[in-house]
Design a protein around this ligand. Structure first.
Ligand SMILES: [Zn+2]
Length: 300
């Protein structure tokens, strides 16, 4: 008998004995073939370079990359409303990528006719699956009092933990946005959705994470989905002073379901060689970092 996947649907929130598989990205958007899913906890300290996953334990996903995260009704409804547009845009970017090398990639791409709201809702739908109730349980702690610490690094870690908890409470707003076909507008104080292009064959589905910059004691809270050819970063409670990657497409959410627009946008092509959130270093840059760390340790 086929294995069942019980759990709470990442969109309607109801409990089901057997959830359906959501392809991330959609099957029709270059996700038809089997994939090997490696869990984050298996990476750390187990590989010499982060793009070499050959020797790590993996789940063989025969259907492609994705997750048993949606009930069949939500899965097929979102499929009918949003997937077609996502597929179309993915194919436009693949055609553009095929014609040129990343070095001379045009600064802008023009998409003649698109449905911006349908596209961004598919993106948000994927983020809901990645951040389903089961994944968010890790942050489900009572809101902690921030005790003042002398050490700014410790202080930043406490604040970042609290921010992760607060962000986990915002995901319900995203679910409602996707579930209502006609809902438009995302609160830009709470959410920023950025997009980039990648040629990498590594797919990355990162749930809520805090990325800290130790040099200036700042951090950002985000979730990231990196797939070929498009990658997305969903920032939570974005502040103006942080540096954001990719092109901001949050405004797509302000359109109506049937609005068609011609969109001209800058294109950012990133490399994706590690599991680390928001890390777009080339292999050479990563190797240089590894060598420097080893030199440092050897010369202590
Ligand atoms: Zn559902």
């Amino acid at each position: 008998m086929a294995k069942k996947h019980p759990g709470f649907c990442a969109l309607c929130g109801e409990y089901f004995d057997d959830l359906s598989f959501e392809h991330i990205p959609p099957r029709s958007a270059f996700n038809k073939f089997s994939a090997r899913a490696v869990s984050g906890k298996d990476f750390i300290g187990k590989t010499t370079v982060p793009w070499d996953l050959k020797h790590l334990p993996y789940d063989n996903l025969q259907r492609g990359m994705g997750k048993y995260s949606l009930c069949s009704v939500c899965n097929s409804t979102a499929g009918v409303w949003y997937v077609k547009e996502y597929k179309k845009i993915s194919h436009i970017f693949v055609e553009a990528l095929a014609q040129i090398t990343s070095a001379d990639f045009p600064q802008c791409i023009e998409i003649k006719e698109m449905y911006p709201l349908r596209f961004i809702k598919q993106v948000i739908c994927m983020f809901c699956s990645v951040n389903n109730q089961e994944s968010l349980r890790a942050y489900n702690m009572a809101e902690q009092e921030i005790s003042l610490q002398d050490n700014p690094l410790v202080q930043m870690m406490i604040e970042s933990k609290k921010s992760l908890y607060q962000a986990s409470k915002l995901v319900d707003e995203l679910r409602r946005f996707v579930l209502d076909k006609n809902a438009s507008g995302l609160d830009s104080k709470k959410f920023k959705v950025c997009m980039y292009v990648t040629k990498s064959s590594l797919h990355k589905l990162n749930g809520l994470s805090s990325v800290m910059k130790i040099e200036n004691n700042t951090f950002s809270i985000s979730s990231e989905i990196s797939t070929f050819p498009l990658g997305f970063i969903l920032y939570f409670n974005p502040t103006e002073d942080l540096e954001y990657k990719g092109v901001d497409i949050t405004n797509f959410a302000n359109c109506n379901y049937d609005d068609i627009a011609s969109v001209r946008m800058p294109v950012f092509v990133y490399e994706m060689n590690t599991w680390v959130p928001l890390d777009y270093r080339t292999k050479a840059e990563i190797q240089k970092g590894i060598n420097e760390a080893e030199d440092f340790l050897n010369n202590r």
